[in-house]
Design a protein around this ligand. Structure first.
Ligand SMILES: Nc1ncnc2c1ncn2[C@@H]1O[C@H](COP(=O)(O)OP(=O)(O)O)[C@@H](O)[C@H]1O
Ligand SMILES: [Mg+2]
Length: 365
């Protein structure tokens, strides 16, 4: 979203947008979604009354990031009074339906409609979360494809509902008979099933409306400066556009900065490669807030590490450039001299070896 004011290289705009209710954080696997969503939730907890972070990635690692075990119920994060976390698995079929027979029947029907079980459990979770009255909810999402499927869930449910209706018309009271056969009373019969789907549809429509409202919802794309990630970010941004979901923040993680004397050819080559993609990111997303994060020598694990790293989300990272100071240049000259001496010694050794070999060879003639 274009704005007249200068676009800051931070996520300050998200912290300032008091109306935001849903913040999605997504991108390719391993780029730093969990790290970034955890830090965003910590930063939001400083300006909001209550924050909930939900991981919808089946490969949960909120527990690793915060070094605390979380479950599918919101749990207070240690050291905070208003930050809660939960890990849900949207691909698991709903286990909480009453009655075994009905359970089976329901999953049979659900299996007939691809993605419906996932959509249903996502919807149930959203319904539950909505009643909890958090001031803002941050989603640590699964890699792109999975997330896009979840965002399509309103239409999946709609299709599901239509299919159920057509089944109902086709088979008349058969479903009811089946449910009776399973020993399930009317409370969980065919009408209850349809009612449940219908009820869910209301939640879906309501949530869908909220997701499409840029005052309430935004999607933060996390990436790294590499081709595949750039490509995937573009795909994600386009899909979000299609779903009418607002997105105007990109976080580029794991950026290498030239802050020390880098003699490694590999590192230098990777920096050049990163620069190429960084330029492309800035060109493609000139109307986005782009936050660059440095690649650290160690992982970002535990609340203290997350808090320390969070500074880079609100103040653009400034590399410590030591290049050019006298001490640094002296150290560099002496290192290069040492390398030269070593190389000369090695060359001398090789030359001597060669001469010996040539000498031996001459004896044979
Ligand atoms: N800028 C960084 N520097 C060093 N390690 C990082 C950085 N960002 C993330 N990590 C580490 O990389 C790993 C993957 O990050 P994570 O946030 O779990 O990615 P994702 O959720 O996208 O799979 C984690 O171990 C995390 O601590
Ligand atoms: Mg993750």
């Amino acid at each position: 979203m274009a704005s007249d004011q200068e676009l800051s290289g931070t996520v300050q705009n998200i912290l300032d947008q008091e109306s935001l209710k849903w913040v999605f954080v997504g991108g390719k696997g391993g780029v730093g979604k969990t790290t970034c969503s955890s830090i965003l939730s910590i930063l939001l907890s400083r300006v909001r009354s209550s924050v909930l972070i939900i991981s919808t990635d089946p490969a949960h690692n909120l527990s690793d990031a915060f070094q605390q075990r979380f479950t599918k119920a919101p749990t207070l994060v240690n050291g905070f009074s208003n930050l809660y976390a939960m890990e849900v698995d949207p691909s698991v079929e709903n286990e909480e339906l009453p009655g075994d027979g009905m359970d089976n029947l329901f999953s049979e029907l659900a299996n007939a409609i691809p993605g419906i079980d996932e959509a249903m459990s996502f919807a149930e979770m959203l319904k539950l979360v909505q009643t909890m009255d958090y001031s803002v909810i941050v989603f640590d999402t699964a890699p792109t494809g999975h997330t896009l499927r979840l965002l399509q869930f309103p239409s999946t449910l709609e299709k599901g509902l239509a299919k159920m209706m057509s089944l109902k018309n086709k088979f008349g009271g058969l479903l009811n008979q089946m449910t009776r056969l399973f020993g399930v009373d009317d409370e969980f019969g065919e009408d209850a099933l349809l009612g449940r789907l219908e009820g869910m549809k209301d939640v879906i429509e309501q949530v869908n409306k909220q997701f499409k409202d840029p005052d309430l919802t935004t999607f933060v794309c996390v990436c790294i400066p590499e081709f595949l990630s750039l490509y995937e970010t573009e795909r994600l941004v386009q899909e979000l556009n299609k779903f009418e979901i607002d997105s105007h923040n990109v976080i580029i993680n794991q950026v290498l900065y030239d802050e020390e004397v880098v003699e490694s050819k590999l590192l230098k080559a990777r920096m050049r490669m990163q620069q190429k993609y960084l330029d492309q990111f800035y060109m493609l997303y000139d109307d986005f807030h782009i936050t660059k994060l440095p690649l650290l020598p160690e992982e970002v694990c535990g609340v203290e590490a997350l808090k320390a790293f969070s500074h880079n989300f609100i103040t653009p990272y400034q590399p410590v450039i030591e290049k050019g100071t006298m001490e640094e240049l002296e150290a560099r000259v002496s290192m290069l001299k040492q390398q030269l001496t070593d190389a000369e010694a090695e060359l001398e050794r090789l030359r001597k070896g060669k001469q010996k070999q040539v000498g031996k060879f001459c004896c044979y003639l």
